[in-house]
Design a protein around this ligand. Structure first.
Ligand SMILES: [Cu+2]
Length: 223
């Protein structure tokens, strides 16, 4: 489209330059206004925008439809880290996820984006993300998952993603939330179902009642 528009505009410019220069058009037209023409070039683009708006608005509202989730991940933002909750029945635990300091980084770990405890999700599954905050407004953003949603105290915002390949995916808080806003990275490991179950079994023991937060009921909450 860009190439096509560029060629069209260039061709029009070329036509004006050659057709209406002083030599080939010695007595130029003195017309300055043309009512019907001006109405046409206002109304026609407006109608084109209206036509484009119909599927655009449909797409916008379709984005809000969350498919039936295979699992729920509860995300609670704090100044300045994330807490991941895995509701019952599959989990029943939650844990804090804090940035890894430079001195603790292992080879291959990305500075400012690596955390001590990453969240794990299985590949190819619909993950509903329930996002809230316990202090100020943050924003949970993982660009590669197409997720960016505000974390607001006293509210539960919902988003979802379905990771189609395994790997480590990063995000960051994207709402200025205080002095360490830039240091609350998000790290999600997308793994096979088997690896996820193995991680889940270990995490259940490691994080059992670690912080006393019960996330058993969150999956029942409706927006
Ligand atoms: Cu934040």
């Amino acid at each position: 489209m860009t190439v096509g528009i560029s060629i069209l505009v260039l061709a029009l410019l070329g036509y004006v330059i050659f057709r209406f220069n002083e030599r080939s058009n010695p007595t130029p037209s003195r017309v300055t206004h043309n009512g019907p023409l001006e109405i046409a070039w206002t109304v026609i683009p407006a109608l084109i925008l209206v036509v484009i708006a119909v599927p655009s608005f449909r797409l916008l509202s379709d984005q809000l439809i969350i498919p039936a989730p295979d699992m729920t991940l509860k995300v609670t933002a704090s100044q300045w880290h994330w807490n991941y909750g895995y509701p019952k029945p599959e989990g029943g635990f939650s844990f804090d996820s804090l940035i890894k300091e430079d001195k603790d980084l292992k080879p291959g770990e990305i500075r400012l984006l690596t955390v001590d405890n990453a969240a794990y999700v299985p590949v190819g599954k619909v993950v509903e993300v329930d996002v809230t905050s316990q202090d100020v407004i943050h924003s949970f953003s993982i660009p590669s998952m197409g997720v960016k949603i505000d974390a607001i105290p006293g509210r539960l915002n919902k988003a979802w993603f379905k990771a189609e390949q395994e790997g480590v995916f990063h995000g960051q808080c994207s709402n200025i939330c205080g002095i360490d806003h830039a240091f609350m990275p998000i790290e999600i490991h997308v793994v096979s179902e088997g690896a996820y179950q193995a991680w889940l079994a270990g995490a259940k023991k490691q994080f059992a009642h670690a912080d006393g937060v019960d996330v058993a009921e969150t999956s029942q909450l409706k927006p």
